[in-house]
Design a protein around this ligand. Structure first.
Ligand SMILES: NC(=O)c1ccc[n+]([C@@H]2O[C@H](COP(=O)([O-])OP(=O)(O)OC[C@H]3O[C@@H](n4cnc5c(N)ncnc54)[C@H](OP(=O)(O)O)[C@@H]3O)[C@@H](O)[C@H]2O)c1
Length: 301
């Protein structure tokens, strides 16, 4: 089997590519950076420029399924230009893939699974969000709505489509966890805001398994990609500090300070989304790390 991955050089993409190659799945990938193109047995990179709407059509050769992970990072400052780039990089990537498929004479692509995000949901301390919940308001929800709409366009071309609304990905080397652990290692960690906001997290290994599961079962429609047991920000901070054997003595970082420092981007830290994993579990997916403590022990010890 051969699949095509976009965003294969990122945190999730690298781990998914490694798993696919281990399992004998051939990977073609699209990258915006010529320096990241590699050609090895069962692993070959192709260049694309989603903003210009161009790609190397050879990337589709022998491909039956596509995993879409491409998108400009959301953690950098949200200037008006950056916000436009965050949305357009995601929408353009999907449009570019679809136009590329339409432009080749024949292809065998029948399935697309795309990353999406739990930023779709409103912020709430009390709600437990499943996939049927309505979208929230603000920049993140708007981004996800446009992203998911662009992915849905594949269905009109006879390509079934799955969307994984990803939560906070916990990984050893990069992403949210190193950012959280660094101040705690220095003895300067503290919960953020009230500390009561829900964080729906997922271990990188489970997320990779979930993408493999989606490909294997051709999951259609929206699925939350979060562990079954979300925690509050306070609990996450306390668990990390306990595992690292570091003291937590500072008071919570006040919301106003984060808002002053980060502006609207503080929503990435202060929004509360308690998100359900039930739908994907009902499909038969089993999490290796359903609970936070063993996940953190695996990643930090
Ligand atoms: N990590 C999380 O906690 C999390 C949570 C929710 C959702 N997600 C979503 O899941 C996807 C994968 O996450 P990740 O953490 O692996 O992301 P990542 O590490 O930032 O990697 C994303 C990849 O997208 C490509 N890219 C960057 N800018 C681009 C642009 N302007 N146009 C097209 N491609 C571009 C890059 O690949 P090249 O340089 O090779 O082109 C990059 O390696 C992302 O879409 C992200 O928004 C992640």
């Amino acid at each position: 089997m051969r699949i095509l991955i976009t965003g294969a050089t990122g945190l999730v993409g690298e781990a998914l590519t490694a798993r696919c190659r281990q399992e004998g799945v051939e990977v073609h990938y699209l990258s915006t950076s010529p320096g990241k193109l590699v050609s090895a047995p069962g692993y070959r990179g192709f260049l694309w420029d989603p903003a210009a709407g161009t790609l190397d059509p050879a990337c589709f050769q022998g491909v039956k399924m596509i995993v879409n992970l491409a998108g400009s990072p959301i953690v950098k400052p949200w200037t008006a230009r950056r916000k436009k780039e965050i949305i357009s990089s995601r929408v353009n990537s999907l449009n570019c893939l679809l136009q590329g498929l339409k432009s080749v004479e024949t292809h065998q692509v029948r399935y697309l699974v795309s990353a999406s995000a739990i930023g779709y949901y409103p912020s709430s301390y009390t709600e437990f969000f499943n996939e049927g919940a309505s979208a929230g308001t603000g920049f993140l929800a708007e981004t996800v709505k446009q992203w998911e709409q662009a992915a849905s366009a594949f269905q009109g071309q006879g390509i079934s489509c799955g969307l994984l609304r990803i939560g906070l990905v916990l990984a050893r080397e990069s992403g949210a966890l190193p950012a959280l652990t660094t101040p705690i290692r220095w003895g300067l960690g503290a919960p953020l805001g009230s500390g009561q906001q829900w964080q729906s997290w997922i271990h990188l290994e489970d997320l990779v398994s979930l993408f493999r599961f989606a490909l294997e079962h051709r999951l259609e429609g929206v699925y939350n990609a979060v562990a079954p047991n979300p925690v509050t920000n306070r609990k996450l901070t306390v668990e990390v500090a306990q595992i690292l054997d570091r003291p937590l003595w500072l008071p919570c970082v006040p919301s106003w300070a984060l808002q002053l420092l980060l502006g609207e981007r503080s929503r990435l830290l202060l929004d509360s989304q308690r998100v359900s994993a039930e739908k994907v579990q009902m499909e038969g997916f089993a999490f290796a790390y359903p609970n936070l403590r063993p996940a953190l022990e695996d990643l930090l010890c």
